[in-house]
Design a protein around this ligand. Structure first.
Ligand SMILES: [Zn+2]
Length: 244
C-alpha cells in the first residue's frame, strides 16, 4: 500500500552553525576536510547585516560552502523588538534548523562559555529532544560542540599555528553593536581583543575604541573583583590584561 505520510530525510552531511565569529571559524577549519556546509541562521535581529556579510567572506576565504537560512527571520523582529541580538533559547532554534540540513550539526561552544542554552550538559538535552520529537528518518547523529576543552585564547593560537592569517581572524566578526568596524566596547569585542592581543596580533586601528579604555574593561574588572568572573578567556590571562 502507498504510504501517504510525508517523509523528510535528513542529508548525510556535516553542518556548522556559523556566525562568522572566531569559534565557528575554528570549528569549520577543524572540519574542513569533511566539506561542511557553513550555515548562517538569520533570526532577524537588527544590525545583523555586517555579521552576515563577514560570515560569507570568511567562508569564502576558507573555501567552504556558505548558506544563509531565513526560515525563522521573524523571531528577532516579532519578539525582540528588532533591536536586540539576544534571542532566548537561540541555540535550541539553531539546533532545530541545523537538523533540517544534515545529520551532524556543530555548534561552537568553548571552554568557559556560560549561557543556559550552551553547555555540554544542555547540548545533550537538546540533541535528545531533537531526536525524540522526530521520526526515525529525521534523526540526527550529532548536535554538540567539539571545542569544550579549549578556550578562546588557545583557539586563536591554533588558528595562527595552522597557517591561517591574522587578516582572516580580523575578517571574522562578532561585534554586538553591528557596525562595520567592530566597536571595541561590547563584551564580545573585548573578548576578541583579549584573545588576539594575548596571541600578539596587532589590533591597532581594528576596533573603533580601544577596548581597554571602555566600559567592557570596567565590567570585567568588576566581575573579577567580585569573584564572579566566568568567561572563555582564562582568568589569569584576563587579570594580566587588565593589570589586576
Ligand atoms: Zn563590539
Amino acid at each position: 500500500m502507498e504510504d501517504l505520510r510525508a517523509e523528510f530525510k535528513v542529508a548525510d552531511r556535516d553542518i556548522v552553525l556559523f556566525s562568522g565569529g572566531i569559534d565557528s571559524l575554528y570549528t569549520s577549519i577543524l572540519l574542513r576536510k569533511k566539506n561542511p556546509l557553513l550555515l548562517f541562521v538569520d533570526m532577524g535581529a537588527k544590525d545583523i547585516y555586517w555579521s552576515k556579510y563577514f560570515a560569507g567572506k570568511v567562508a569564502e576565504k576558507i573555501g567552504c560552502e556558505f548558506k544563509v537560512d531565513n526560515s525563522i527571520i521573524n523571531i528577532g523582529r516579532e519578539h525582540c523588538y528588532g533591536h536586540n541580538l539576544y534571542i532566548p533559547r537561540r541555540n535550541l532554534f539553531l539546533g532545530l534548523i541545523g537538523a533540517m540540513y544534515g545529520k551532524r550539526v556543530y555548534l561552537a561552544g568553548v571552554k568557559g562559555d556560560v549561557s543556559p542554552d550552551k553547555s555540554p550538559e544542555v547540548m545533550k538535552i537538546m540533541f535528545n529532544a531533537i531526536n525524540e520529537t522526530g521520526h526515525k528518518s529525521e534523526a540526527i547523529e550529532f548536535f554538540d560542540s567539539i571545542l569544550w576543552d579549549i578556550d578562546k585564547v588557545a583557539i586563536v593560537g591554533d588558528i595562527l599555528e595552522k597557517g591561517y592569517s591574522e587578516d582572516l581572524l580580523k575578517l571574522s566578526y562578532s561585534c554586538y553593536k553591528g557596525m562595520q568596524k567592530p566597536c571595541g566596547e561590547c563584551i564580545s569585542c573585548f573578548r576578541k581583543w583579549a584573545a588576539l592581543t594575548l596571541n600578539n596580533v596587532d589590533t591597532k586601528r581594528y576596533f573603533k575604541k580601544f577596548p581597554l579604555e571602555t566600559k567592557a574593561a570596567k565590567y570585567y574588572t568588576d566581575m573579577i573583583l567580585k569573584d564572579k568572573y566566568q568567561e572563555n578567556i582564562p582568568l589569569p590571562l584576563m587579570k594580566k590584561l587588565l593589570g589586576l
